[in-house]
Write a protein that binds this ligand. Sequence first.
Ligand SMILES: Cc1cc2nc3c(=O)[nH]c(=O)nc-3n(C[C@H](O)[C@H](O)[C@H](O)COP(=O)(O)O)c2cc1C
Length: 225
Amino acid sequence: MKKFLSMLLTFTMLVTLAACGASQEQGGSSAPSADASSQSEENTPPASSEQPEETPDSSEAPTETGGKTLIAYFSWSGNTETLAGMIQESTGGDLFAIETETPYSDDYDTVVDQAKQEQADNIRPALAAQVENMDDYDTVFIGYPNWWSDVPMAVLTFLESYDWNGKTVIPFCTSGGGGFGNGIDSIEAAAEGATILEGFHVGGSSVDGAADDVATWLDGLGLGQ
Ligand SMILES: Cc1cc2nc3c(=O)[nH]c(=O)nc-3n(C[C@H](O)[C@H](O)[C@H](O)COP(=O)(O)O)c2cc1C
């Protein structure tokens, strides 16, 4: 009898354990599936499910807005143009010459007087051409010769023709010894909304030997190639 009771007890325990084990397996299998479903819900909220669409969009953005570099410059006797060419070689940017509709005189004394008068009158000489696709450019170098300790007024005409919000502007300048003059302040005021980075200046007579300094400056800005 004792043996029978012992076998009955053992049988009962085995049945109970088997039932318990089955219930844990169900619980175990349902728990991951609940987790999986909650994980999949967490992984597919509207925001993250939109991300894959946003990522191509944002990677296309630089292409659409260009992410390109423009080197716009004014030059009367060629020094600033030479410097612009060095920047172009290092950055691969597009060149744009800021030219007035009515060209300046080739005579030095005449242009010196004219520039002084234009500055005194705060005029904006009309330009010969516009940058048609300015929206394509994120980074715009602005080159000028120091004229009467400031930018030539044509540079202000140029700057005031465009929306600079979100763009990066980088000044460069050649001079007869006066450096940037007040040109940086004038550029900052006229290119309102732009981020202005550190500029580069070289004396007009030293421009031909400036390539290494230009490369160092551009490397410092992270813009060299
Ligand atoms: C109208 C005019 C005004 C100038 N005014 C100054 C000046 O105030 N300070 C200065 O250092 N150099 C002055 N210069 C010299 C030029 O800045 C310098 O020669 C420059 O390198 C010329 O650049 P570009 O060859 O690109 O025109 C002036 C030159 C001109 C033609």
